[in-house]
Design a binder for this molecule. Structure first.
Ligand code: FAD
Length: 98
């Protein structure tokens, strides 16, 4: 699996998955030192909203009646640690409610 960098992804954001695979495959083959003719399957997937650009700034949201929690990386930042921090903060709050 090859993951494109931010600059590449931004430059090719509006291309189709097929176009992106066609662009990335020669780069990957070149890096691996294999001929593109040896490739039997190639597919690209685009996560358009993969990275949180402006986080909420607090670990979760809670409805006024305390019955609905909203959390995730979008609350804190674009990394899995942020999702973990948000989830554990929700768990701590639930436990504190008894
Ligand atoms: C390609 C890629 C590479 C990444 N690499 C890294 C990395 O190397 N290091 C790193 O720290 N982070 C990385 N991340 C970011 C990391 O994956 C996220 O920060 C993390 O997964 C966010 O966790 P989350 O639980 O907030 O959201 P998610 O993991 O997105 O979980 C949300 C869940 O909610 C589900 N869902 C959505 N809508 C509904 C609905 N209406 N009803 C029911 N379920 C729903 C989704 O199916 C999903 O399972 C990467 C992300 C991508 C896309």
């Amino acid at each position: 699996m090859a993951q494109a960098g931010e600059a590449f992804s931004t430059a090719h954001l509006d291309k189709t998955p097929e176009e992106i695979a066609a662009l990335m495959l020669p780069l990957l083959c070149d890096r691996l030192g294999v001929a593109p003719t040896h490739v039997t399957h190639a597919a690209a997937h685009r996560w358009r909203y993969a990275r949180v650009t402006q986080a909420l700034g607090q670990p979760f949201l809670l409805s006024a009646d305390g019955s609905l929690f909203l959390g995730g990386d979008w609350c804190i930042g674009p990394r899995v640690e942020a999702a973990w921090t948000s989830g554990t903060a929700i768990a701590d709050d639930l436990l504190a409610q008894g």
